[in-house]
Design a protein around this ligand. Structure first.
Ligand SMILES: [Zn+2]
Length: 263
């Protein structure tokens, strides 16, 4: 595959006069009509949501509960819910930041055709982005689902009622096990979400990636698909990614600082 010979200009705001990179970015925005966003944990860290999979993150400190363990063991369900209760406090008080708001602004300009996120924090919705534009590849913590009848509850409601010392919560309709509506370890991503995401990156003319290291599939595939279909690519992420060489602009910086200077 022919790589973008325009790239390898990697911007760090501290080293650069911001104006040059901002102009280049605005230029891409002006020319694009079908923008897709792709976001990962890094977009939410400044909102107070820790990156659970990063070094020292929760999945390093605690052994994850796999879906089959959840289904067969009350002890594991209680353990799983206790962690969710601990994380809920962070989630409830988290506010969207300039990077989330950026995509709302792009939508107002009628240029956003979709936003794919690996995050389960609901902050794109909190920022005011239309839900129908958002594909949550890993589900959402804001909903809880009955694993038996698929009834959906607001997690807020379950958290208010939960009495974890007396057991994991059950569905009020069918008594099935309740679990936050996220993709757990051992669970597959939803086929329809992956298909929709793939369609979007195929037809977009600009893919803006924020806060993802793009190190796992399918995340790593989306920039390649977009690139192969002729889209421009922007990557805003603190560390390098294996896809940097495909990008027209790589901003290796804190994403809220970058997007603060955009609109
Ligand atoms: Zn049920």
């Amino acid at each position: 595959m022919q790589l973008n010979n325009n790239t390898q200009i990697i911007y760090k705001l501290e080293n650069h006069l911001n104006q040059e990179i901002i102009n280049k970015f605005m230029n891409l925005l002006d020319r694009a009509n079908k923008i897709v966003g792709f976001t990962g944990a890094g977009i939410s860290t400044d909102s107070g949501i820790p990156d659970y999979r990063s070094k020292g993150g929760i999945w390093e400190r605690f052994k994850p509960v796999y879906i089959d363990e959840f289904l067969r063991s009350e002890e594991k369900r209680i353990l799983y819910w206790k962690r969710k209760i601990e994380l809920w406090a962070d989630l409830k008080k988290a506010k969207s930041n300039s990077a989330h708001n950026f995509f709302v602004e792009i939508d107002k300009r009628k240029k956003l055709i979709g936003l794919i996120t690996q995050n389960i924090d609901g902050l794109h919705q909190k920022a005011g982005l239309n839900s129908f534009l958002i594909i949550q590849l890993h589900g959402t913590n804001l909903q809880t689902i009955c694993l038996q009848c698929n009834k959906i509850y607001p997690t807020e409601e379950i958290m208010a009622l939960i009495d974890i010392e007396n057991g994991a919560p059950h569905c009020s309709s069918c008594d099935g096990f309740l679990k936050p509506n996220t993709i757990s370890f051992g669970q597959q991503l939803k086929h329809q979400d992956l298909e929709r995401a793939e369609q979007l990156v195929k037809i977009c003319d600009l893919l803006i990636i924020v806060g993802s290291t793009l190190s796992v599939q399918p995340a790593s595939l989306f920039p390649q698909i977009a690139y192969q279909n002729g889209a421009k690519i922007v990557i805003v992420n603190l560390s390098d990614t294996p896809m940097d060489e495909y990008a027209d602009i790589v901003v290796r910086e804190n994403c809220t600082e970058f997007f603060n200077s955009i609109f």
